[in-house]
Design a protein around this ligand. Sequence first.
Ligand SMILES: *Cc1c(COP(=O)(O)O)cnc(C)c1O
Length: 399
Amino acid sequence: MAGRNFLFIPGPTNVPDRINRAIHLAQEDMRAPDLPAFTKPLYEDMKKAFKTQTGRVFIFPASGTGGWEAAISNTLSPGDKVLMSGFGHFSNLWIDMCQRWGLNVQALDVEWGEGVPAEKYAEILAADKKHEIKAVFATQNETATGVASDIAAVRKAMDACNHPALLFVDGVSSVASMDFRMDEWKVDLCVSGSQKGFMLPTGLGIVCASQKALEARKTAKLPRCFFDFDDQIKTNDLGFFPYTPPMNLLRGLRESLNMIFDEGLENVFARHHRYAEATRAAVKAWGLRLVAKEPKWYSDTVSAVYVPEGFNGTEVVRTAYRRYNLALSIGLAKVAGKIFRIGHLGDLNELQVLACLSGVEMAMRDIGITTVQPGSGVAAAQEFLRASAKPPVEEARKI
Ligand SMILES: *Cc1c(COP(=O)(O)O)cnc(C)c1O
């Protein structure tokens, strides 16, 4: 098909040309004497993406799921009690993983459309006088429902009763696109991956661990081998790896960080917020509803939209793909068929967002959702983007 494909799923995201060029290189010796000159600054700079000075970043040849496993297996012991909450496909998969690792999981079943129940966590933690809960888990951005959670509020709930549990955060679809503050929120383990905010192909499972988490690994008894932090530390400290590293992806990650720092991390967050707001303006103009119930749950990286009663969200996704070369995401599990999702993260600009919204509109009308007026969502998003565009018109029109 002529032209570029329109990839609007919440990961993998578009890989910018700059990163593709950085990845497209001859294979290199992973024991070359000058490799540490590349790897050491890379690991150091990764800390900035997590906003940490005291934490430590691990990069595995894996995906986000591997990152989950690394975080769990390095810091917990069989039978450890952990507090979790499920409100979508990904938070539920994390619960499933902890259960399969033989942890004693207390999982709160939260209505889809809401996020981590910080108040409920506060009650449970305050009642846990003997500190039996060893870890508290929070999914910062539930990609299946487009729901963002308040991690600072979770930390506050823990601090309010001086609870010593480790704080785990799933930041796979939020780190490097929505604000995340490892040190300020005293997060102990944050998991991410390469194919979302970092704009790379899939293949890296990334974990940022606090000093407290690194200390916990010394007594943690879950088995680990491939994901062992110790093996990484021993070799990474010298600028090398315990097994063959995915060098092309690491070179790509370097370029990704360069791009993110060139734009400025805060500007990256603001850009994501702006595109999310434009998308939400379109959803409103279509007369449709987001899965996220209230503004406080709105995600800046993905919007999950209910189709009207009697229609199938998966048909919208199929139609957009087959007729317009636009990839949207389907609803998963409980919301399968009821919704479609628009991923608006990574390497995107305003007109790409508008093109996507235009394709969504056409696909919805194609399958008979005639309550959606042609151009309505696009117009709402255009007006929002125009109002917030830079530079101001007076300056932009100067010859
Ligand atoms: C994508 C995603 C995952 C899973 O990551 P993989 O790279 O597919 O293993 C986990 N959690 C969230 C929130 C995600 O968006």
